[in-house]
Design a protein around this ligand. Structure first.
Ligand code: NAP
Length: 498
């Protein structure tokens, strides 16, 4: 399978439009089968320095290319991705494990982003405003920042890269991108697409390697003026500290502890469908995954029974099989973390209704598989209801009122996504006001972003920036205020005002 999908056995860095070999490599493992898929370079600081030098040189010219022309490259990128959607999706499943249907959705997100951000080439709106003095013109414009560093996680290896790199380049920046070592194939494929689309050399550079070497070198490089990071809170907080000391702009998208609220008037069929998709899709390894269900006590038992019935129908296995709904866990560390939280939940007194164990027999023997797990009678303060597990584990928290439900949702350190199932229009509007997350869903689960809306979270999920949507441009541009005085005399603002 790998041989027919991939044209190389070892990936190379893409620096200044050239494919560069690196001596040291490590294996990329298919989490569904345990087989080696490809080898990925373990680059060094020297490779980062080369990439930044190339990016710096390329950015000067790229920033002078009119934005609508920069956008033409993105239209090309979108077209190539569209033509290659099935191929990219299969490669994505191969390296990441998510089921093909979801891989196709992720690639589509990248395609949508290409066309959306290409449109920005003809907008990149600033503002014109009246000036307070006669014969004076005032406006604000977006200016590119220079070389931007992009660091991405393994769970959405192509979508997140497009959320970050497309706005960066349409705004006139050059990019150095370090993808996660677990999932480098999407980065290799996207670099090839940039090359074919005619992006000038050096505008996007891809350097493979670990976070502690390559990522760290990017964070500390003087000529990288912005770091856009998605990943864990642990890494993100560390990067934020380092960037803070250097006065470097940093955008962080990190973890979540997302909840679905099910009120007593909810359409339970719909709620069950939404919970299954949000909790067990991508095997719970989405930052927006539902890992808490806050349920009104009047419908708690019925919801439990319906969930248990439907969970039995979930096919688990290799995501390449179109009938599979729940794929593997990314690696051993991911499995260990899930197992640890199962024990924590049991010790805390939560009641386990289903799952809670690794799958190892027969077709599961070579990959990393974990049974979809349901805890109930969980309380808000338990660790399984507070900490990110990143696996197919969901905990039911019973509540007795709308206000209690909102309080439970908001009582965690994260603020990424939330959802409420109810038919009461008053509750809908109160909920969208009071839920303290960056994304709120009504009568749908906690997952799925449309690319023209801002994506990101409040509180411990981020630091106030957003990926995707027009808001993503704020990460990769500086606002410049421009005044043109055509009075022919020195006019002083605030002083010479009549
Ligand atoms: P991670 O371990 O923090 O890694 C993310 C990226 O950071 C990887 O490319 C990693 O490189 C790199 N990295 C690690 N240490 C670094 C350092 N010291 N300096 C610079 N870079 C470093 O996170 P993950 O396990 O890949 O991803 C899962 C997490 O991402 C979850 O918490 C999830 O909620 C979050 N996530 C958030 C969003 C969102 O938009 N809010 C979206 C998706 C995922 P290597 O792995 O190659 O070493």
């Amino acid at each position: 399978m790998t041989e027919t999908l991939l044209d190389v056995k070892t990936l190379k860095n893409y620096i200044n439009g050239e494919w560069k070999e690196v001596d040291e490599t490590t294996a990329v493992i298919n989490p569904a089968t345990g087989e080696e898929v490809v080898k990925v370079p373990l680059s060094s600081e020297r490779n980062i320095n080369d990439a930044v030098e190339a990016a710096k040189a390329a950015q000067k010219e790229w920033s002078l290319v009119p934005a609508p022309q920069r956008a033409e490259v993105l239209y090309q990128v979108g077209n190539i991705m569209k033509g290659r959607k099935e191929h990219l999706s299969k490669l994505l499943t191969l390296e990441n494990g998510k089921v093909l249907e979801e891989a196709r959705g992720e690639v589509q997100e990248g395609i949508d982003m290409a066309f959306y951000m290409a449109g920005e080439g003809r907008r990149l709106f600033g503002q014109t405003t009246p000036a307070e003095l006669k014969d004076k013109f005032a406006m604000s414009v977006r200016a590119p920042i220079g070389v931007v560093g992009i660091i991405t996680p393994w769970n959405f290896p192509i979508a997140i890269a497009t959320w970050k790199s497309f706005p960066a380049i349409v705004a006139g920046n050059a990019v150095v991108w370090k993808p996660a070592t677990e999932t480098p194939i999407m980065a290799y494929e996207l670099a090839k697409i940039y090359e074919e689309a005619g992006l000038p050399k050096g505008v996007v550079n891809v350097v493979f390697g670990t976070g502690s070497s390559v990522g760290d070198a990017m964070v500390h490089h003087d000529d990288i003026r912005v770091i856009s990071f998605t990943g864990s809170n642990e890494t993100g907080s560390h990067i934020a500290g380092e960037c803070g000391r250097q006065l470097k702009k940093v955008s962080l998208e990190m973890g979540g502890k997302n909840a679905v609220i099910v009120m007593d008037d909810a359409d339970l069929n719909l709620a069950v469908e939404g919970i299954l998709w949000s909790a067990f899709g991508t095997s719970g390894q989405r930052c927006t995954a539902c890992s808490r269900v806050i349920v009104h006590e009047k419908v708690k038992e019925e919801l439990e029974q319906r969930l248990l019935k439907e969970m039995k129908q979930l096919t688990i296995g290799n995501g390449m099989d179109e009938t599979v709904k729940v794929g593997p866990i990314i690696n051993d560390a991911g499995m260990d973390k899930i197992k640890k939280y199962i024990e924590i939940g049991k010790n805390e007194g939560a009641k386990m209704l289903a799952g809670g164990h690794e799958l190892t027999d027969g077709k599961f023997s070579k990959g990393n598989y974990f049974a979809p797990t349901l805890f109930t009678d969980t309380t808000v303060d338990m660790r399984i209801a507070q900490e990110e597990i990143f696996g197919p584990v969901v905990s039911l928290i019973p509540v007795s009122s709308f206000d209690e439900a909102i309080k439970a949702n908001n009582g965690v350190k994260y603020g990424l996504s939330s959802s409420i199932f109810t038919k009461d229009v008053n509750q809908v509007f109160k909920a969208q006001r009071d839920l303290d997350t960056g994304i709120v869903y009504v009568n749908a689960g906690t997952t799925g972003a449309e690319i023209h809306l801002p994506f990101g979270g409040s509180k411990g999920t981020g630091n106030g920036h957003r990926d995707s949507g027009v808001q993503a441009l704020d990460v990769f541009t500086e606002w410049k205020a421009v005044y043109v005085d055509y009075s022919g005399k020195l006019q002083r603002a605030q002083i010479d005002v009549e």
